[in-house]
Design a protein around this ligand. Sequence first.
Ligand code: ATP
Ligand code: MG
Length: 410
Amino acid sequence: MRITPPRDLADWRRNWPHAGAAEKVLMALEGAGGEGRFVGGCVRDALLGRRIRDIDIATNLDPQAVIAALEAAHLRAVPTGIKHGTITAVADHVGFEVTTLRHDIETYGRHAKVAFTDDWQADAARRDLSMNALFCDAAGTIHDYFGGLADLAAGRVRFVGDAAQRMDEDYLRILRFFRFHADYAQGDFDAAAILAATQRRHELKRLSGERLRQETLKLLVARRGIEVWGEMLMRDFAAAYLPWATSQDRLVKVAALETRLHLKPDPIRRLAALAVTGCGPDIAETLKLSNAERDRLLAASGIRASFDIADTRIVHRQIYVLGNDRARDQVLLDWEPGPGEGGWHGAFEIVQSWPRPTFPLAGRDLIKLGLAAGPELGAKLAEIEQWWIDGDFTADAAACLAEAKKKIAR
Ligand code: ATP
Ligand code: MG
């Protein structure tokens, strides 16, 4: 991969969203006699010219000093994770996580006891991968203590230190290894890492659902995430913590459709594609999905009435019942590629262009017409709604009201 170290901070600024705001934070830390450096994903992705999601800053000031430094520079300081050394600095309405340098005192496979330090290299040493351990200072200079630049350029996803030991410190690194491999690697798995990971794959189920969720969803939308999940299935990693997510062929199909149809890769849809029918609840539970994610997964991975693509009116009805998002999920999951796929294409176009309508009448409209509140009113309303549905949702409020009058008069 081509990496272009910046010449100076002005060079970064061209590619970084919010670089100006981030700089204000660095200046504030410097103003208090400390130093701030960009670290982790933002440095890695900036070097590759990839879009940056969020900017993390490391500092040699302790959290209380960070708060004081930010306030002295008239920036807002929010103690979002002060126990772990993280203060969120707000500059120009953008939040930046500012974390005090740390080193590990003890690790337990799921948790670590850490202490603050002013040693940049010690902080780099507790990061997982060499490409994630790069710092960039206010002058734009890269600080690379563990060969991360060379690894990044060569597409080597490699641990800082001994892979086996680093995984024992935190088993989540097994999944992170696969995720970063899927996003950044060229060629095969790092031999030491895949061996260590294989020996430890049964530890994955000991991790918290929240952590598993985050890495799994990111992995599923990583550049080569589909291929890497296939490897994880073959090597028994997927089974070790998510034995219900094995429908690789359907995942491959759905991902290919997303690309073809210019849809943003969607991790929940991809998870639903992987899910063995009826196993959505197990997956949602294991990954501690949010309620919205869970509902969508269950709708897409349960036993579905087959999506009827035969005629526009039927597709409209399905959209009315499911809503556009779930209808879209269902079209993609059930899509049968091949010469006869024109109908699927048609259904997809309708889902994209025909927003689910809302029934224009409510109970109060019938009350105004003289009906009393109660079950009878409900039944009448349902009758008119059915009439509206049968008419392919074309009747507007006035037409529905006219129909209501007719029905009541009868
Ligand atoms: P992205 O946000 O694009 O997923 P990132 O590199 O920012 O990538 P995060 O998960 O946000 O990844 O973590 C930020 C940084 O914190 C990483 O770059 C890495 O240096 C460090 N890190 C995160 N999780 C771990 C971990 N489990 N073990 C060691 N270091 C970690
Ligand atoms: Mg990040």
